[in-house]
Design a protein around this ligand. Structure first.
Ligand code: SF4
Length: 128
């Protein structure tokens, strides 16, 4: 059996500019929008995380839902998860907006949903 080594020099060395992510060989269609949770409104009910389990997780420190990956579940399943949200805080947004939205959330100093609101301690004036 002979192997034609010239084949190695015939393949393209640059990306085809026509590639757009929607080719069947890349696993199907690329979504044109990203899914994002507005954590400032999320009440941590976990419905979305129970439906689209590869997309949403409950962030352990804040107790609010967060998208951990964009390609974990089908669009239909994510849409179903969006439909379960009682406060409508899951949105489709342009991919380019994700960093800006994340930065806005980081600047809000959100409170942990699993903790009671912080109150000032009372001063004990009685001496024991
Ligand atoms: S369904 Fe909505 S409110 Fe409930 S955890 Fe998910 S994003 Fe938050």
């Amino acid at each position: 059996m002979t192997i034609d080594l010239s084949v190695a020099f015939q393949s393209k060395s640059t990306f085809d500019s026509e590639v757009n992510g929607k080719e069947p060989c890349l696993g199907g269609q690329l979504r044109e929008q990203a899914v994002w949770v507005d954590e400032s409104i999320c009440i941590g009910c976990r419905y979305c995380a129970h439906v689209a389990t590869n997309t949403f997780v409950i962030e352990p420190h804040l107790g609010r839902s967060r998208v951990i990956r964009q390609d974990g579940d089908s669009t239909q399943l994510i849409q179903e998860a969006i439909g379960t949200c009682p406060v409508n805080c899951i949105h489709w947004v342009p991919f380019e907006q994700l960093d800006e939205l994340r930065a806005q959330l980081d600047g809000m100093n959100l409170q942990d949903l699993g903790k009671l609101p912080q109150v000032s301690r009372r001063i004990n004036r009685q001496k024991s």
